[in-house]
Ligand binder design. Structure first.
Ligand SMILES: [Fe+2]
Length: 262
């Protein structure tokens, strides 16, 4: 397959535009950037793509763990094994795709100097967190609280840092973004990726001035937006994000958070 690979910004329960765009431009794969929040199990929502045997990959967002029902529709769906969080898969064009789902939270790890504990993690691993979680708050009586399936742990980043890839998709934004994280720049650099793509912030800010110094191209995909990125790292907006225009005009005095999660 040689069609474009589509990177889809936070769907938040809407998928028809993805199904329509993938068919219209004969996409060769679809990558969802988290916060799917499907109203039905993910494999049902994306059934038309699967019937066409289109490869679908995703990372989870913070909101995908907001309720037991949402958790089941994502991690419990027949597409659960297409979650690329913490690993590398091969796309139809041969590029290696890596993923980091979820968000940084102070209860686990918020890697900025001004954060609690000076940015040091409260827990390095899910297992460590589960041990200190009261039994009644443990997911299925064993793991951390369900909500923290949508949190990033140091073990997630450490595991990826040892891998090599061509593209890194994250839910959180890297350092170029006003609400992004320099730590993700370091991760992208250690993985040798040429391109990063993120969701969560519901915008598509121009970061090209930083590409040379950071060593990779970075792209945001807006709310229910779709961007195709070719093998040379050239991006083409297929569907404009619903808030892209409003967010772009605020870029100079950026004071909004795309997806509030505290
Ligand atoms: Fe999000």
């Amino acid at each position: 397959m040689t069609g474009p690979i589509l990177f889809c910004g936070d769907p938040h329960g809407t998928f028809h535009h993805i199904i329509g765009a993938a068919g219209h431009i004969k996409a060769s794969a679809v990558v969802l950037l988290g916060d799917m929040e499907p109203e039905r199990p993910l494999h049902i929502e994306l059934a038309p793509l699967l019937e066409r045997r289109l490869p679908v990959w995703f990372i989870h967002g913070n909101h995908d763990a907001d309720s037991d029902e949402l958790w089941m529709r994502v991690w419990g769906s027949e597409l659960a094994d297409r979650n690329v969080h913490g690993r590398v898969v091969e796309l139809p064009d041969g590029r290696r795709l890596a993923g980091l789902g979820g968000v940084f939270r102070e209860a686990v790890w918020y890697p900025t100097a001004s954060a609690a504990r000076g940015g040091a993690p409260a827990f390095r691993t899910r297992r460590e967190h589960a041990k200190s979680t009261p039994r009644q708050d443990r997911w299925s009586g064993a793991g951390t609280h369900r909500r923290h399936w949508g949190s990033i742990y140091p073990e997630d980043v450490d595991g990826l840092a040892d891998l090599q890839a061509d593209i890194l998709v994250t839910h959180e934004a890297p350092g170029y973004h006003p609400h992004g994280f320099e730590l993700l720049d370091t991760l992208a650099q250690s993985m040798g990726v040429g391109v990063t793509v993120h969701g969560h912030q519901h915008d598509r800010l121009d970061s090209s001035a930083r590409w040379k110094s950071q060593g990779f191209k970075s792209f945001g995909v807006g709310l229910r937006g779709i961007t195709a990125i070719d093998v040379d790292g050239n991006a083409e907006v297929i569907v404009v994000g619903e808030l892209d225009a409003a967010r772009e005009s605020r870029e100079q005095s950026f004071n909004v958070v795309g997806d509030v999660d505290l």
